[in-house]
Ligand binder design. Structure first.
Ligand code: CP3
Length: 351
């Protein structure tokens, strides 16, 4: 028996073991957007719900789509089905999804707009169905499957709240910073407070791990990265760990490049998720030395499949094999992915 196997406090679930720093011969695996449009059963349940937001706010159906990829593939983790923009809606911004185009929001563009947002303590009113989804999942998941909750990081959510939509370069949020840095900092601070309440309630409802998605962290440079990506993550993680001392937290400062280095240490995260713009060998050397990493297969392999999918999957497993690793994609699986390719990826990982 290894030393780890004799430790009485050693977690049973593979994802929790990786997050506790254990190196495993076969890494645990899940996929971002594993419940999504590439699955026919997801499309059927979404049609039953009516639209995407109605699905997010319907606990029975949101739990059902969360479970679908677990039944089909036996992933090691299930991620709550919801969206990072719901918190903006809970704070008072209008949110809707334009069919085939993506999210739309009413805009917050100045300090007065920030001041008009609802305080953190009031977000539960809108978000309580999300906690119901987690409670259902807690009772429905197989005993070996870890339940992951999540929120968007303040910067990424702010880019949508400021622009009212997704943008290529997050220009409107950068423009807000240039025009009124203190006003923008107040928006980040309001989002931080709301995110702490939201994630804490998710943990109380059954989430065993939480993940902070900072999808647009890569567009912040220098001091802006420190002020609007790193420090907010650090404060959110510190507040959550004060309330839930054993809670493992995954941070995903997507496309952070060199700033992935030291991010876990600086923020207190237990794991850093890596996108596929950096190589697994580089991340193993520079990021995994501080603890668990998650990633980082390019999502296009799930569309194309073939020998490249298998060899690339095996190459990533090998690159990260000397330390704690959770296998995942570098970003969400896309609607045009072939569901059979997920089986091929799992076969390449688990043998
Ligand atoms: O990983 C998961 O499956 C958990 C659930 C989840 C969704 N979105 C479901 C979803 C999570 C964690 C997200 C995160 C999210 N949402 C991010 C950050 C991560 C990332 O992918 O970069 C962002 C920026 C959003 C905002 C958002 N939601 C956009 C831009 C879109 C439209 C994208 C598109 O392809 O139309 C969504 C919709 C969305 N969120 C879908 C899903 C499954 C597709 C909705 C549908 O059924 O039409």
């Amino acid at each position: 028996m290894t030393e780890a196997a004799q430790t009485p406090n050693r977690p049973q679930k593979t994802i929790l073991r990786a997050l506790a720093g254990e190196t495993q011969a076969v890494p645990p695996v899940w996929m971002m957007r594993q419940a999504g449009r590439y699955l026919p059963e997801y499309r059927a349940t979404r049609a039953q719900a009516g639209d995407f937001l109605s699905l997010c706010y319907n606990p029975e159906l949101a739990a059902e789509v969360t479970l679908q990829p677990i039944r089909r593939y036996g992933f090691d983790a299930a991620i709550l089905f919801a969206d990072i923009l719901l918190i903006g809606q809970a704070m008072g911004s209008k949110l809707w999804f334009a069919e085939g185009e993506g999210p739309r929001m009413s805009t917050v563009t100045d300090a007065a707009g920030v001041a008009a947002l609802r305080p953190a303590a009031e977000v539960h009113e809108t978000l309580s169905p999300i906690y119901e989804t987690l409670k259902i999942l807690k009772g429905a998941l197989p005993s070996e499957t870890t339940l992951i909750g999540f929120a968007g990081a303040p910067w990424t959510v702010a880019t949508y709240m400021v622009a009212g939509r997704g943008t290529k370069d997050q220009g409107p949020a950068h423009e807000f910073i240039t025009r009124d840095r203190a006003g923008f900092a107040a928006l980040i601070s309001a989002l931080e407070a709301a995110t702490i309440e939201y994630l804490s309630a998710q943990v109380e409802a059954g989430a065993e791990v939480v993940k902070l998605f900072d999808s647009w962290a890569g567009s912040l440079k220098g001091q802006d990265f420190d002020d609007f990506a790193l420090k907010p993550a650090q404060r959110i993680i510190a507040a959550l760990k004060a309330r839930h001392p054993n809670l493992p937290i995954i941070a995903f400062p997507r496309e952070a490049g060199d700033r992935y280095i030291g991010f876990a240490k600086a923020t207190g995260a237990d794991c850093v998720a890596i996108d596929n713009s950096v190589s697994a060998d580089w991340a193993a050397e520079n990021v995994q030395k501080d603890g668990c990493v998650q990633g980082n297969l390019a999502p296009h392999h799930m569309v194309e499949g073939g020998e490249a999918l298998v060899s690339e999957t095996k190459r990533i497993v090998k690159a990260f094999s000397k330390g704690p690793h959770i296998f995942n994609l570098g970003h969400g699986i896309t609607p045009d992915a072939d569901p059979e390719n997920v089986h091929r990826m799992l076969e390449a990982i688990r043998g």
